[in-house]
Design a protein around this ligand. Structure first.
Ligand SMILES: [Zn+2]
Ligand SMILES: [Zn+2]
Ligand SMILES: [Zn+2]
Length: 328
C-alpha cells in the first residue's frame, strides 16, 4: 500500500497535462512515469525512431548570461554585432540588458520596467567571488520573481496556459544539499533586493504584498539552480523549462537538446527507443568518468548509476585524463 504522498507523486502532475495540451496535434510519444527508486520522470509511450523530434518545451523564463550580456539581445536573444557600445541600445539604469536594435528595446520596455530596479542589485551587491553561473541564476530568479509580481498585481491569469509561474512549485529544490556559503549568498542577495525594492516608492506595483519572504526566495533560487538549462549550442544564457525538468540524467542519453536560440527547446532521439524506456538527457558535457561523476554529485546531488557509469566502473580505463577532449 502506498501512502498519500506517494500516491500524489504517482499521479501525472497537472502541469504536464497542460503542457501536452499546448502541443495539440503533435503525436507526443512521451508519458509521465513514477517509480520509488528513480522518482518522477518521462518515458516513451511508443517506439521512437532515431532522429525523431521527441519533445518540445516552452521556457518559463530565459536570461542572457551575466558576463555575456553585451553579446546577445535580451529580447530576441540574437547575437549582437556592434562597433561602439556607446550607441548600442541598452538599459543605462541597470546596465544588465543589451539589445540588437531599437525595436527590440521598445518591445522589451514594459517587461523590463518591472525587473529593472531589481537588476540594480548586481551593481550594489558584492558577488565578486561567485561564479558566472551563480550570477546568471540569480538574474533568472529576479526576472521570474518580478514577472510573477507583475502578473499577480494585474490579476492576469490564463488557467489553460503552459507554463505558469506557480508551476515552479512542482520542481525539486534539493535545498538540504546546498552548502552554508551558497545559502548565505542567496540570503545576502535577498536582503539587497529587499532594500532596493522597499526604496522603490515610484513603482506602480504593490511590491510589499507580493515580494517573496526570504525562505520562499531561497527555495526558488535552489529550484532554479537545480533545474535551469544552459543554451548549449549558442552558449549565451540559461532558462527554466518545467516539463523538461522531469527528464532524468544519463551519461549515455537517448535524447539530445537541439539549439534553442530562444525560449522554445526541442529534444531529438539519438537512438531507436523502445516503448516504456526512460527518456534521458545529459546534465553535463564532460567525458571523463571521474570529473563527470563529481560534477553530477556536486551540482545535482546524486551518484550516477547509468549504464555507461556501471560499465566504466567495471572496466576503468588507464587513459583517464583530467580534461575532456575538445572537438576540433
Ligand atoms: Zn533583438
Ligand atoms: Zn534596466
Ligand atoms: Zn552515468
Amino acid at each position: 500500500m502506498s501512502n498519500p504522498i506517494q500516491q500524489q507523486l504517482m499521479q501525472t502532475p497537472e502541469v504536464l497535462n497542460r503542457w501536452r495540451e499546448s502541443y495539440k496535434g503533435n503525436d507526443f510519444p512521451v508519458e509521465f512515469f513514477y517509480s520509488k527508486d528513480f522518482g518522477r520522470r518521462l518515458r516513451s509511450s511508443r517506439f521512437i525512431e532515431s532522429g525523431e523530434m521527441v519533445l518540445f518545451d516552452k521556457a518559463l523564463s530565459t536570461v542572457i548570461n551575466c558576463h555575456e550580456a553585451m553579446n546577445n539581445c535580451d529580447y530576441c536573444l540574437n547575437s549582437i554585432s556592434f562597433t561602439s557600445s556607446m550607441f548600442q541600445p541598452h538599459c543605462n539604469k541597470c546596465q544588465q540588458v543589451w539589445y540588437c536594435c531599437d525595436t527590440c528595446q521598445k518591445e522589451a520596455a514594459s517587461q523590463h520596467e518591472i525587473e529593472c530596479s531589481l537588476f540594480k542589485c548586481f551593481g550594489s551587491c558584492d558577488l565578486s567571488d561567485s561564479s558566472n553561473t551563480n550570477k546568471t541564476v540569480l538574474k533568472l530568479l529576479l526576472r521570474i520573481v518580478s514577472h510573477q509580481i507583475a502578473e499577480k498585481c494585474k490579476g492576469e491569469k490564463d488557467c489553460c496556459s503552459y507554463p505558469r509561474f506557480e508551476d515552479m512549485s512542482i520542481l525539486l529544490s534539493n535545498r538540504e544539499h546546498f552548502s552554508k556559503e551558497d545559502l548565505n549568498q542567496i540570503s545576502y542577495f535577498w536582503r539587497k533586493a529587499d532594500e532596493i525594492m522597499k526604496s522603490d516608492s515610484k513603482s506602480q506595483y504593490d511590491w510589499n504584498k507580493w515580494w517573496p519572504k526570504e525562505k520562499e526566495f531561497t527555495e526558488m533560487a535552489c529550484q532554479i539552480y537545480c533545474n535551469c538549462i544552459g543554451f548549449r549550442y549558442n552558449p549565451c544564457g540559461r532558462g527554466l523549462w518545467i516539463a523538461s525538468s522531469f527528464l532524468n540524467h544519463s551519461c549515455n542519453p537517448n535524447l539530445m537538446l537541439l539549439d534553442s536560440g530562444g525560449s522554445q527547446i526541442k529534444y531529438v532521439a539519438t537512438d531507436n527507443i523502445k516503448p516504456g524506456t526512460d527518456l534521458t538527457i545529459s546534465y553535463v558535457n564532460i567525458t571523463s568518468y571521474q570529473e563527470r561523476r563529481s560534477k553530477l554529485s556536486r551540482c545535482y546531488y546524486f551518484d550516477c548509476s547509468c549504464d555507461l557509469c556501471s560499465q566504466e566502473a567495471a572496466h576503468p580505463t588507464t587513459t583517464e585524463t583530467k580534461t575532456a577532449p575538445m572537438s576540433s
